[in-house]
Design a protein around this ligand. Structure first.
Ligand code: NAP
Length: 269
């Protein structure tokens, strides 16, 4: 039975991925800040405490894992979050916290996964980035920066790890119907946007409300994560969701400036 470790599994994409992998016969280590066995339906899902923001917890988790000499077939870096705010209204603490979880925490988990998989001479590391790792977006400057960082890190690491037998992959969802947006839009709803940016925030929120029912589901993203884990290829990127595919296509076919102007029109009008 192959083993996968998934981070950020209390909801959304992480939870859907746990259930899909378990349904396909994998042993799933469901990493969470607050593991709660009642969340998971699959019998082969083991909730484990893994707070990517706590390097000591991450270190001790992997050291303990290595003692059992069980192969680790796949790691899915999924834990992540963001707030939607103009840069000027984003607190320094929020910048640090978003980078902590989405980039530094992901790197901590990946550091241990690389060591274990290098010794095994095989393994797959999948990071959940985003269309926000490929295309800039007003009102998400910090979240976008974290996901651009995940893209650059993962692409670079893929070069280093391939000859060790370890494949690094990136899943790039467009917008997905999860709790992500409850948190992302909370600061706008709490009136934290300063006057010069209010029209942008209103526009952003209105676009979200209008289109949320067309967003992809967590289950659709989980399917692509599973495909990345099992397709046997060395493919690096897995974009997923109609909106992500459309934006990537436009980014390729338009000139850089044409694409920027098109996105600017969308964000600013
Ligand atoms: N929803 C979207 O539109 C979308 C689009 C593209 C990419 N993504 C990415 O997909 C991944 C999963 O997000 P989701 O949409 O499934 O959202 P979600 O339902 O909010 O799940 C995010 C998970 O990340 C963990 N997490 C959240 N805040 C955290 C924090 N401050 N510190 C550490 N862990 C935290 C939580 O896991 P625990 O509570 O179990 O620790 C949570 O279950 C994220 O990396 C997100 O950036 C989402």
């Amino acid at each position: 039975m192959p083993t996968v470790l998934i981070t950020g599994t209390s909801s959304g994409i992480g939870l859907a991925a746990c259930e899909l992998f378990a349904g396909k016969g994998w042993r799933v280590l469901a990493g969470s800040r607050n593991p709660d066995a009642s969340l998971y339906k699959g019998k082969s899902i083991e909730p484990v405490r893994l707070d990517v923001n706590d390097p000591e917890n991450v270190e001790s988790f992997f050291r303990e894992y290595e003692k059992h000499k069980m192969p680790l077939d796949c790691v899915v870096n999924n834990a992540g979050w963001g707030v939607s705010l103009p840069f000027e209204d984003t607190k320094r603490q929020e910048v640090a916290e978003m980078f902590q979880t989405n980039v530094f925490g992901l790197m901590e988990v990946t550091r241990h996964a690389c060591r274990i998989m290098r010794h095994q001479k095989r393994g797959i590391i999948i990071s959940v980035a985003s269309i926000a790792g490929l295309v800039g977006s007003a009102l998400y400057p910090i979240y976008v920066s974290t996901k651009f960082a995940v893209e650059g890190f993962s692409e670079s690491l893929a070069h280093e790890m391939r000859e060790m037998g370890v494949t690094v992959k990136i899943v790039e969802p467009g917008r997905v119907q999860t709790k992500f947006f409850d948190r992302a839009y909370a600061p706008i709803e709490m009136n934290r946007v300063s006057e010069p940016y209010k029209h942008l925030a209103e526009r952003k929120l209105a676009q979200h409300v209008q289109s949320v029912e067309h967003y992809a589901t967590a289950e659709q993203i989980a399917k692509v994560i599973f495909e990345a884990a099992t397709d046997g290829t060395k493919k690096l990127r897995y974009p997923v969701g109609a909106d992500a595919l459309e934006e990537i296509k436009e980014k390729r076919t338009l000139t850089d400036q044409e694409f920027f102007e098109k996105m600017h029109e969308k964000f600013v009008g």
